[in-house]
Design a protein around this ligand. Sequence first.
Ligand SMILES: [Ca+2]
Ligand SMILES: [Ca+2]
Length: 226
Amino acid sequence: MPTATDIAISYTAHSGLIGTDNAIILEDGASTIIDALAFANNDGTWASDQQTAFNNIVNAGHWEGTLDGGAGVNENESADWSQGDKSKSLGRDSASADTNRKVDWHLLDYQSPGEVNRLVSALVGTHVQLPCVDNDDGWSTWIQAQNVGITDSGVIVSFWGDYSGLCPSRDPGPIGHACQFVPENGVWTLKTAIPSAAKSAVAYSVREDKFEAACEKAGKVDNSKE
Ligand SMILES: [Ca+2]
Ligand SMILES: [Ca+2]
């Protein structure tokens, strides 16, 4: 779409979007495609009309995907609506990045018609790689997570030790983890919770309702080969 606002529909035969697999095509007055979005619920099926619409936007150069791939291939090439519902939306980042691919589109826990979307980096469910953590030879690392989203969220950080030189599935897994519930606008600072042997980390933002189970799961893979 021309701006980073949520989807605007100029015409539909339905009163609102009802399909959980769909292609939304923006055309000008001469029926030339200006922009397009394919999304799918990734349930393994989609309708023949969906296939036709998907093929049309791929053929027009407005979406990257496999012609006639069927649900098994094309759903995964569409923006992911598997966690979507009527309170949510799909949006681009605040810079309106447009590469005609699914990676341009992100599930948002809100709708903001007419407004620029908030930073994608603040979305629930994202993760941040921290490639360098140092806690020896006089160095110390602090990691600070700030919840700039619009919902409470959990943060899970997994830590890895020195490079093992081993390939997956023999390489060691995380050496430890830390979990913290971070309310909206809250800040969490880790210092002593970082294992002294940690050399890198990944911080995950996890939905509030998934946080407890995800933290427990993070503990189970510590010192494993997962
Ligand atoms: Ca489907
Ligand atoms: Ca596009």
